[in-house]
Design a protein around this ligand. Sequence first.
Ligand SMILES: [Zn+2]
Length: 439
Amino acid sequence: MNERYAEKLSRMIQKETVSADGQTDLGKFYEFHDLLRELFPALFSVCQFRDHNGSILMRWPGKEHPEPAKQGLLLMNHFDVVEAAGEWEHPPFSGEIADGRVWGRGTLDDKGPLFAMLQAAEELVSEGFVPEKDIWFESACTEEIMGEGADTISKWLQEQGYRFEMVLDEGGAILTEPIGGAKGDFAMIGVGEKGCADIKFIAKSQGGHASAPPKNTPLVRLGKFMSYIDRSEIFDVQLSPVICEMLRRLAPHMEGMSAKAMAQPERFAPLIKRIMAKSSPTAGALLKTTIAFTRACGSGGNNVIPDEAWVIGNMRYSHHQGQEKSIEAVTKAAKRYGIETEVLDPGFESPVSDWNGRAFRLVEEAVGKVFPGTACSPYLMTGASDSRFMSRVSSSCIRFAPFHLSDEQMASIHGCNENVDVRSLVPAVQFYQTIIRSF
Ligand SMILES: [Zn+2]
């Protein structure tokens, strides 16, 4: 079974599906559709298929088959991948199977989960299984470029009046010791993600020749502003309810003082905030809105003071401060340095899903069945996933893929030597089958 699964995934890796800004030639994505039809013929024979500019939406009608189906299950992920630069041990689009692994760009992000999801359904269809309610599959070709695939599909679903009791996308995974001192394996199940906005900060002046510079030229002001943001706390630092729940669930697996504090996070909030802020940028980012400066532009000449210079800030806003208030805070800070702000893209605010609801419980139960001994915890993603758009059609968007990842595998996502264990494919397929059967 393992080998057969690995072969199929390998074929999916061999179809290069790198997405790029402004892509108009969708040929390679349609070739990938054809490959899916070939690999999962039974599933395609029962599904209604829609193409949204290269992104896929499929409906597997359930027994109830209501029109429009109000409470189905949406399984989603993406099939575009990021570029594969750097030195790879196995060529990134070879899909080589070696040393018990399938190698290549997309094996984890996100074709491995896509394979498992479709294979699970393919086998169920072949057995004659018909789901109670509609099961939908969505897979976009624009996720990695923050493109519009899932955005337009979610709008279409909304227009048609579809609602989903549960959406399951990529995001969390099974990790060993997800934070220092928490012993054991944990399924970190994403229940929400921070919003993501792009903001341009513009400093203007009269310009002039570099031989007689006045004080506070545009680049100097931008520099002072960025330095201010870097060293001060302009955003609200809070332990949100989902982070408190995560700490409470990890606490029983820890020892000593930190276990005691984490078991009662609200009571020890100041201490925990200090520990998290110091422990890593990722832990710190769970507590507040962040902003990273990613691009900059000055004048066109080495001896010309710019009359206008700018930097771009990529902001990830917390749920407690939100989009508007976070933008307000940074706009106020920029003003102090005579800098204008322009919101290039305000991003999309999506709520946190209930970790006491049925959708989360179904994932917990499937983890318990397929990965015995693995504890479950909700968590918040600092990165973005396509599922944020699905909050238009569901209040339960869960972000989790059933793969146990090592640190080295985590680093390989968007990096070099991305790979998945061949042995992890069977439990991943079982996981999705459990979800579909129990939905
Ligand atoms: Zn991904």
